[in-house]
Design a binder for this molecule. Sequence first.
Ligand code: CA
Length: 228
Amino acid sequence: MAQVLLVEDDAKIRTTLVRALGELGHAVASANTAMSGLKQAVEERPDVVVLDLGLPDLDGGEVLRMLRAVSRVPVIVATARDDEREIVRVLDAGADDYVVKPFGAAQLDARIRAVFRRARQEEAGDPALVVGGLRVEPRTRVASLDGVPLDLSPKEFDLLHYLAQRPGEVISKRELLTEVWRTVYGSADKTVDVHLSWLRRKLGETAQDPRYVRTVRGVGVKLVDPAP
Ligand code: CA
């Protein structure tokens, strides 16, 4: 049972979901524009926000950024487009998960419960992960290298955090796409490679002269202590 804020401009979808989620035991509030959704998210402090990307007043990615600037509430986006680029974009902008329209209340309920499980694990105070001079703190989502905080995007942090949980182990790009981006669609090579290259740049290294992030050709990538 959760306090759910549903931001959706389609009255029919809104009514159906409010009722169905209510029957599943959730307390559901709703908004029909991005601006009223943002206001309610701040004032009513829901446990989770379900955000339609196609709202009349603001672009979905913009809404996410505005919401992230003021709140860490878990956000599940609802998109009408089963499009990898769009999904990667919203996950990068700080969404926790997504559903593709049309979706049923049961699926949304399962996503809500999964988001809560992950939030609880984070709150349980995952200890900081240390690999050489790298320190990754899941609770505060801060990573540092040799004591200097790294300016990482949410997805770069997630990627580094995932790799740091299994230092020295080669992890496939397909697994990273599935676990970090939570999508099975599209090219793992392209999506993961781009973020790996950004991450490397922030760690002050390159693919040609790697230190922490090592690519194992044809297999995947691993995070290592460069000076064990
Ligand atoms: Ca819509």
